[in-house]
Design a protein around this ligand. Structure first.
Ligand SMILES: Cc1ncc(COP(=O)(O)O)c(C=O)c1O
Length: 401
């Protein structure tokens, strides 16, 4: 009997369009072209010096890197608790902290622990694509909230009410502030309203706080300080990471603040899915919570701020349409407006810009399948010099058309 081998339907998540751009960047560079890439959502400087030094010391000492507990070493969980005291002045029991393989590992664990197949989770469109992709592989129904510029591309109670009306009971809300791709933030009051609505309706709030610490308080009249969902409600889930503020993307280390009713499940799942988060990264990451490392991370945020200012100042010259206020993170998400010209969509615009001027930016479709075809995302994590040069090249590209 010959029976066809199975390939799971549920795992077929869409590939990112940006991958074809990144492939082309690599090919152009290999052929000797000078390419500026404003694609990557990562700081180029890497880990703070103290973290790299600690990693080298561990290596030299030959510390045996055996498995750690599934939720991470106690010293690191306690250091993360100290971080919440330092930044938010809240007491987080280390028993509620799960160290994970990046925030990405935390999404999988916390989505599994929080939702059954068939449950409904709302999230803003545009948004970070992995949320919806992971949820869908788990059989969770994703309810996209069409969040426009008038509400800073963030979920609102009105959108949640409308979704509840249209789709029935919701089980979760995925929130990111600052967000990717828009960089926009919700204020403390807005977070409070969303949290209260979730609590009233039995909806689990999952707050992705990976970009906390990277914000630009002069951005609005009201200082939009990053408020943690755990300042307001310890039944919510907070997810964060060493990847962005500390620039440790490849170390694969993040964490979650896990409510009491989920922590046992997360502990058991973590042991089964990955045994433990990476041990060398955990020991080295202890040095992220030193005064020296915080100071180094802050000085990088100052550099992002300079690149951001240059980009915002250049907006009139670029002649694009509406652009998100970039309250935090290191992204600018903008509508191309009349500069889309005769290109059918922003993917075509980005491909042509890369060929003509060697500037790589990300088309919006990866973040928004409905309206992203008009928009682009620029990462200014590359720094001021790269951003300034990219602006000149983009202006030249648009003038030449
Ligand atoms: C909003 C957001 N959350 C999570 C991640 C994943 O980060 P990591 O798994 O490195 O912690 C990213 C990466 O770009 C992101 O932009």
């Amino acid at each position: 009997m010959s029976r066809k081998l199975k390939v799971a339907e549920r795992a077929k998540v869409p590939a990112f369009e940006v991958m074809s751009i990144l492939d082309r960047v690599a090919a152009l560079r290999a052929s000797g072209r000078d390419v500026i890439s404003l694609c990557a959502g990562e700081p180029s400087d890497g880990a703070p010096t103290a973290v790299s030094k600690r990693a080298a010391e561990i290596h030299t000492a030959g510390t045996p890197m055996t498995y750690t507990p599934p939720l991470g070493i106690l010293e690191l969980r306690e250091a993360i608790a100290g971080h919440y005291k330092r930044w938010y002045n809240i007491d987080v029991p280390s028993a509620n902290i799960a160290v994970t393989t990046g925030s990405s590992g935390a999404f999988m664990l916390l989505f599994l622990a929080s939702f059954n197949a068939g449950d409904k989770v709302a999230l803003a469109r545009p948004g970070y694509p992995a949320y919806a992709n992971i949820l869908r592989t788990l059989g969770v129904e994703v309810i996209e909230l069409a969040a426009g510029p008038e509400i800073r591309y963030q979920p609102s109670v009105e959108l949640l009410e409308a979704a509840w009306e249209e789709h029935g009971e919701l089980d979760g809300l995925m929130l990111a502030s600052p967000a990717n791709p828009t960089g926009t933030m919700v204020s403390g009051a807005e977070l409070g309203d969303l949290g209260a609505w979730c609590k009233d309706h039995g909806v689990r709030l999952i707050s992705d706080e990976i970009y906390h610490g990277i914000d630009y308080p002069e951005a609005g009249a009201e200082a939009r300080r990053s408020v943690s969902a755990w300042e307001l409600d310890k039944d919510s889930v907070v997810i964060s990471s060493f990847s962005k503020y500390w620039g440790m993307t490849g170390w694969r280390l993040g964490w979650a603040l896990v409510p009491d009713d989920l922590i046992g499940t997360v502990d058991a799942l973590a042991g089964n899915l990955a045994l433990c988060p990476p041990a060398p990264a955990q020991y080295a990451a202890l040095a992220a919570f030193t005064d020296e490392s915080y100071a180094e991370a802050e000085s990088r945020v100052d550099e992002f701020a300079k690149a951001r200012a240059a980009l915002l100042e250049a907006m009139p010259r670029l002649g694009w349409g509406e652009c998100a206020p970039a309250d935090g993170a290191f992204y600018l998400y903008a509508e191309l407006g009349q500069m889309l010209g005769s290109f059918p969509d922003s993917s075509a615009y980005c491909a042509a810009l890369l060929e003509a001027e060697g500037v790589a930016i990300v088309p919006g479709v990866d973040f928004d399948k409905v309206d992203g075809g008009q928009r682009v995302r620029l990462s200014f994590a590359a720094g001021l010099a790269q951003v300034q040069e990219a602006i000149e090249r983009i202006v030249r590209f648009q003038q030449a058309r």
